[in-house]
Design a protein around this ligand. Sequence first.
Ligand SMILES: Cc1cc2nc3c(=O)[nH]c(=O)nc-3n(C[C@H](O)[C@H](O)[C@H](O)COP(=O)(O)OP(=O)(O)OC[C@H]3O[C@@H](n4cnc5c(N)ncnc54)[C@H](O)[C@@H]3O)c2cc1C
Length: 144
Amino acid sequence: MSRGNVHVTGVDPDLPPAIDPCFLNSDFDTIILLELLKFVIELGRTSSLSDIIAQRTEPGPRVASDNALISYIRSNAAGGSHLIGTAALAPRKFGGVDSSLKVYGTSNLRIVDASIIPNHIVSHTQSSVYAISELTADMITRSA
Ligand SMILES: Cc1cc2nc3c(=O)[nH]c(=O)nc-3n(C[C@H](O)[C@H](O)[C@H](O)COP(=O)(O)OP(=O)(O)OC[C@H]3O[C@@H](n4cnc5c(N)ncnc54)[C@H](O)[C@@H]3O)c2cc1C
């Protein structure tokens, strides 16, 4: 649920953009990762797995309280090259695209890529981009 941002850094189009994903800006994301980490630690303690897992090296047995685990998450969580949502299919206040994937405030400019995905999907992104492309091609063909 954290919302990042992308901005130009100057008038030269070759300048790299400033990208801030704002990971873990949302408490919801932090709590989800906390619960996930606790679940995985617990899973490793089950009899069927504890026999084959020699020892828990990270984050270590002394990192046990919620606050300590959150601190561990904040220091170690990383993105997975699946950035989305910079032109989200969402209400106008978020500044992305409408239900026909047209940019708010324009009459015929569509965005058709991973940037329109409003919330992260529980999978890799590439096949969703293919699906978005196919659906939009149909939408454009029908409206032509
Ligand atoms: C290292 C890495 C590994 C990944 N592994 C997987 C994986 O295993 N499975 C999976 O499903 N997904 C994977 N992904 C994610 C997936 O590749 C992306 O989510 C997907 O490619 C996004 O598609 P897109 O069309 O939105 O953007 P892109 O594929 O980035 O396409 C954007 C295109 O726009 C062009 N472009 C940019 N600026 C301009 C401009 N000014 N004028 C003209 N053209 C421009 C670029 O050259 C590019 O061709 C991976 C991503 C990375 C970085």
